[in-house]
Write a protein that binds this ligand. Structure first.
Ligand code: GLN
Length: 487
């Protein structure tokens, strides 16, 4: 069995195609691995029979020579993606019995290309959080934990834990302010957030519509390229979907980065960031220099406003998006005497604390009298943040930053919301500007926890982002497997 788990997506793809292994064998190995790692809590819904049926179908197609690019590859799906007739809860009690009658475009793209669905993965409730602790069904444990259970990060904590524990070959995630990149960094894997508009948002449970973007969490950059090839694409069901061709990302993996300009933003190395991360950041700069890149110090002066701006805009949009969960159309309903009481009871019991907090903040900043002072102001500052990036990308091709200010923290450690929000400090700016970003594992800190480094590219420059990310990945050569991974 373990030989099968050793294959990353790219290798599994080849072995399946050459019929050295079958998808049923591979899927069984993963179902087995999921059982062995079940104490991590990554999966909230396992689709055993469905997965095996899909795998059988894939084997048939491979034998007939009509296989798709992901034919037979077992993956996990973050529970923010609607999956037809398969429970989709967004890790919320309010959607505990929601069976969508439709499939999200991104997951449909994956199934069309032959992927096999293992099940649905836990996340923070409605993707609001940085630790996976706001999930209605409880924590996910980081497979790198030793004696004390650590957070896998969030909100795509289940996705990151599943990939790092080798209980999925790859997983889908969504990233609004860092939810793919931060958990990828905490779990020692690769997480790619594409340009806003690259992947359709249709059928993804909406959190903050001007920021939400789907992307892959994988073991390697090459796997991320393969996954995004399938996930991305124009969709006329999403008005913000980009009608732009994306070249085959795998053809960019081995392109040289000689002469490419890498910006080092001075605002990303302030106090409070872990020493080990600073040291890995410096090593990463050196790696890219050694690969022929030119290193250029840059400044993005409005960076310090990114977090406050994000925590106005995201809750504002969330409060509006979540108004639809009223006990009438979706999921849970708590009966009461009057309609107002029914709303109150349903929403009071259905939403967890963090989601309620965001709805309150969002409603406040959108209310008349405060709209101009908060929401409108935040939109204006968001523009300045975007302009910082636009100006910088006139002089450089990529930006290199740490992914997070610290490595994984203990579950329950960050009790107050502000400390939790600070975790997103390095991921939120690119989200506000709609830019693609990728987190790559580069090593372990002194506590034996993975360190992630982030690369940010200009809009729609995923192809070149893949080249530079792959270069950094090769130099860092991080290949340690989490101790909590399936053997
Ligand atoms: N941690 C951030 C938040 O809580 C980002 C979440 C996300 O990207 N979905 O909003």
């Amino acid at each position: 069995m373990s030989d099968l788990l050793n294959l990353d997506l790219s290798s599994a793809q080849k072995s399946l195609k050459n019929r050295e292994i079958s998808s049923v064998e591979l899927t069984k190995a993963y179902l087995d691995a999921i059982e062995k790692t079940s104490s991590l809590g990554a999966y909230i819904d396992l689709q055993k029979d469905y997965a095996l049926e899909m795998a059988k179908n894939s084997d048939k197609k491979i034998n007939q020579g009509v296989a798709g690019p992901l034919e037979g590859i077992p993956i996990g799906v973050k529970d923010m993606f609607c999956t037809k007739d398969i429970k989709t809860t967004a890790s919320s009690k309010i959607l505990e019995n929601f069976y969508p009658t439709y499939e999200s475009t991104v997951t449909q793209n994956l199934w069309n290309d032959g992927a096999v669905m293992l099940g649905k993965l836990s996340c923070d409730e409605f993707a609001m959080g940085s630790s996976n602790e706001t999930a209605a069904k409880g924590n996910v444990i980081n497979p790198w934990s030793k004696t004390i259970p650590m957070s896998p990060g969030g909100s795509s904590g289940g996705s990151a834990a599943a990939v790092a524990s080798r209980s999925a070959l790859a997983a889908t995630g969504t990233d609004t302010g860092g939810s793919i990149r931060q958990p990828a960094a905490f779990c020692g894997i690769t997480g790619l957030k594409p340009t806003y508009g690259r992947c359709s948002r249709w059928g993804i449970v909406a959190f903050s519509s001007s920021l939400d973007q789907a992307g892959p969490l994988t073991r390697t950059v090459s796997d991320a390229a393969i996954m995004l090839n399938s996930m991305a694409g124009y969709d006329n069901k999403d008005s913000t979907s980009a009608n732009l061709e994306m070249p085959d990302l795998t053809s960019y993996l081995d392109k040289s980065i000689k002469g490419k300009k890498i910006g080092i933003p001075k605002e990303y190395t302030q106090d409070g960031i872990s020493e080990d991360i600073v040291s890995f950041y410096e090593t990463s700069i050196q790696f890219l220099k050694d690969s022929g890149a030119e290193i250029i110090p840059v400044s993005l002066p409005h960076t310090k406003y990114a977090l406050p701006v994000y925590y106005i805009i995201a809750p504002a949009e969330a409060s509006s998006n979540l108004a639809r969960y009223d006990g009438v159309r979706y999921g849970t309903r708590k009966e009461a005497e009057s309609l107002d009481d029914m709303y109150e009871l349903t929403r009071g019991e259905g939403f967890g604390d963090e989601v309620q907090r965001r709805i309150m903040i969002g409603t406040y900043v959108l209310s008349s009298g405060y709209y101009d002072a908060y929401y409108l102001k935040a939109q204006k500052v968001r523009r300045l943040i975007k302009e910082d990036f636009d100006n910088t990308f006139e002089n450089v091709d990529f930006l290199l930053t740490p992914s997070t200010p610290s490595t994984a923290f203990e579950l329950g450690q960050k009790q107050d919301p502000l400390t939790m929000y600070l975790n997103d400090i390095f991921t939120v700016p690119a989200s506000l500007a709609g830019l693609p970003g990728i987190s790559i594992p580069v090593g372990l800190d002194k506590a034996g926890l993975p360190v992630g480094i982030q690369l940010i590219a200009n809009s729609f420059d995923e192809p070149n982002l893949i080249s530079v990310a792959h270069t950094l990945e090769k130099s860092a050569n991080f290949n340690v497997i989490a101790q909590g991974a399936a053997k």
